[in-house]
Structures are given as structure tokens and as C-alpha cells.
Ligand binder design. Structure first.
Ligand SMILES: NC(=O)c1ccc[n+]([C@@H]2O[C@H](COP(=O)([O-])OP(=O)(O)OC[C@H]3O[C@@H](n4cnc5c(N)ncnc54)[C@H](OP(=O)(O)O)[C@@H]3O)[C@@H](O)[C@H]2O)c1
Length: 318
């Protein structure tokens, strides 16, 4: 009964956050949202089978000269997303080579060098295996996702809830977008590399750690998909899996979203059970980078561990 009450409170916080993001994003008329045309989505969807489009490519640069790390070739799944684009900027600056896949390919406002931007549908196993066979990435960061799927009845407001204005495709479900896309990548990476401990970082969610059923159907389906991926990664003997479990992810650069994380900060400060502290996107991607670069980093990371990994990375850069 108590658990039900607490989880209901959390669900209400989540719904309140979505609502706030939707209302505030709409009033801010986010640049990204207005630049997405439906035709580009359908064009990308139609390229979902085996073809991908390279929209830009150039050599990498190294700015963290004092970090003696092997440079990686990282496949970023969801590079146009709120999390993905932040990760790409940091990883590129650290000297890694990036291959990014998402349906939108390269966004107009992205001027990054050192990134191969590919447009394609990651729900297609052929699309993913072709990319992995052609570019042979040695590590992967999966940050594809959608907050509100078709079956939730709320898909039309996903573009406002999404930090990047991503529009769900026809028939998008958590199972397809979270589980299927990630399974496709894992299967292809495992086929390519028989015996390696391949760094594979997955953005899950804090609520995946709940040991009780979420009281709202779409949230439970979201978590079922996250847990299925977590299990696949944990069970693999070829991956060096890193599972990030953030609560809400925020950045001061998007003040409209800061408002929506406030209830979570308050809930966390009040010691509400099952409410994790929201994490800054920069800290989350630092933790992801540590997961890619450092052999010793593996397993499930909640907000405190992500903050620690971020601190460690920043100390190393000095
Ligand atoms: N934001 C949060 O507060 C939060 C909290 C907890 C967990 N998470 C998790 O963090 C991850 C990243 O979230 P986010 O906030 O960065 O989301 P986002 O901004 O909505 O980005 C989603 C990304 O997925 C890509 N994508 C969607 N469908 C695709 C498909 N079929 N094929 C290829 N790419 C596809 C989108 O690109 P296109 O639209 O170009 O295809 C976009 O790059 C998700 O797994 C999410 O569940 C987020």
C-alpha cells in the first residue's frame, strides 16, 4: 500500500514534468522543433532497410592533450538526441572518432567536425549491421529513446517532452525503439568481435531499479524494455557493459526544462523513497565517456556514481 502510494507520487511527478516541459517548450518555440519537417522523417524512415546516408565526415582533433588514452571509434546510436549530441561534442573533443546514427542524420545547427553523421532507422537490424560491418566501431553508446510511445496515447506530445524534438515514427513502441534497437546493435557487435570486452554504454532509467510494478501501463512498458536491455548487456560475456540509470536529465542551457526537474529535486531533498536526484547531462555523458575509455568502469551506475565518474574525468583533464 505504502509502495503503491510512493510510486503513484513518482508517476505524478513524472507526468507533471512532461506537462511542464510540453507547456514551456511550446511557449519558447524551440528552434529545433520548428526545424523538423515531417518530410525528412518519412524520407529517413524509408531508408530504414539497408541504406544510410553519410552527411558529413572529417578528421578528429584532440584537445585533452594530457590524457593518455587510446582513442576509440564510437558508434553513437541517437546522436541527434539531447543526450547524444552532448556526448558527441565531448567525445569528439576528447579525440575519439564518432559514427552517429539517427533518423535525422545531421541537424542543421550541428557544425561539429570529427563526426560521421548517418541517417537511418535503428529498428532495422540490416541497417545497424551494415553500419557496424562498414565502420567497425570498437565501442557503442546507445541513447536512442522515446519518452511517450504510440500505445501511451501521448505520442503527439513526445516532440515537446523530448529534449531534441524527436518525433516518434509510425507504430513506435518502447519495445521497438529501446529494446529492438539495442538488441540489433549488441547482436552485430558480438558477431563482429568474438572475444573482446566491447565497451557498450546504455542509458537506462532510475526507475528500472524498481522492484514493484509501475502503476501506469505506459511507464511499466517503458521499464520492461529498459530491463530487457539491461539483462542482455549483463548476461553478455563479450561486452563490457555500463548501464546508466538517470532520473530526469537536465542542463542549465535549457531553462525551460529546469522548471520540470524542480519537483524531482524537492522530492529527493525531502528524502522521498524511489526519487533519485536529477543529473546534469554533462555529468551523465562524462560517466558514459568513462565507461567507454576506462576498462575498470562497468555495471549499473546511479546518480551518485555518475557524479563521481564525472568528477574523476574532470580531474584527469586538468
Ligand atoms: N531526458 C531525460 O530526462 C531522460 C531520463 C531518463 C532516461 N532517459 C533516457 O535517455 C536516452 C536519451 O534520451 P534523450 O532525452 O536524449 O531523448 P531524445 O532527445 O528524444 O533523443 C532520442 C534520440 O533517439 C533517436 N531515435 C529515435 N528513434 C530512432 C530510430 N528508430 N532510429 C534511430 N534513431 C532514433 C532520435 O533521433 P531522430 O529523431 O533523429 O531519429 C534521437 O537522437 C533515452 O533512452 C531515454 O529513455 C532520458
Amino acid at each position: 500500500m505504502e509502495i503503491q502510494l510512493i510510486s503513484m507520487t513518482k508517476v505524478l511527478l513524472i507526468l507533471l514534468s512532461f506537462l511542464l516541459i510540453a507547456v514551456i517548450s511550446y511557449s519558447f518555440k524551440l528552434k529545433n522543433i520548428s526545424s523538423i519537417s515531417k518530410s525528412s522523417i518519412s524520407r529517413s524512415s524509408s531508408s530504414s532497410s539497408s541504406t544510410t546516408t553519410t552527411t558529413t565526415s572529417s578528421s578528429t582533433t584532440t584537445t585533452f592533450n594530457n590524457i593518455k588514452k587510446d582513442k576509440k571509434k564510437i558508434l553513437v546510436l541517437g546522436g541527434t538526441g539531447f543526450v547524444g549530441r552532448t556526448f558527441i561534442r565531448k567525445a569528439r573533443d576528447a579525440g575519439h572518432t564518432i559514427i552517429s546514427l539517427s533518423r535525422r542524420g545531421k541537424l542543421d545547427n550541428e557544425n561539429d567536425n570529427g563526426v560521421i553523421w548517418l541517417s537511418g532507422d535503428a529498428t532495422s537490424s540490416t541497417c545497424i549491421s551494415n553500419i557496424i560491418n562498414e565502420y567497425q566501431p570498437d565501442s557503442c553508446f546507445h541513447c536512442i529513446g522515446l519518452l511517450l510511445d504510440g500505445q501511451s496515447g501521448l505520442a503527439s506530445i513526445n516532440k515537446y517532452a523530448s529534449g531534441s524534438g524527436s518525433i516518434p515514427g509510425e507504430g513506435s513502441s518502447y519495445d521497438l525503439i529501446t529494446r529492438q534497437t539495442c538488441f540489433n546493435a549488441i547482436n552485430s557487435m558480438e558477431t563482429l568481435y568474438q572475444n573482446n570486452r566491447i565497451p557498450f554504454v546504455f542509458v537506462s532509467a532510475a526507475e528500472a531499479g524498481w522492484t514493484f510494478k509501475a502503476p501506469i501501463d505506459f511507464l511499466e512498458r517503458y521499464l520492461i524494455a529498459k530491463r530487457a536491455v539491461e539483462k542482455k548487456i549483463t548476461d553478455s560475456n563479450k561486452l563490457k557493459g555500463v548501464i546508466l540509470r538517470p532520473s530526469l536529465i537536465w542542463t542549465p542551457d535549457r531553462p525551460q526544462a529546469v522548471v520540470s526537474v524542480l519537483p524531482f529535486f524537492i522530492g529527493y531533498q525531502l528524502g522521498l523513497p524511489f526519487v533519485d536526484k536529477p543529473i546534469r547531462v554533462e555529468q551523465l555523458v562524462d560517466a558514459a565517456l568513462m565507461g567507454i575509455e576506462d576498462d575498470r568502469v562497468s555495471g549499473i551506475k546511479r546518480f551518485k556514481e555518475m557524479e563521481e565518474l564525472s568528477n574523476t574525468l574532470n580531474i584527469r583533464r586538468k
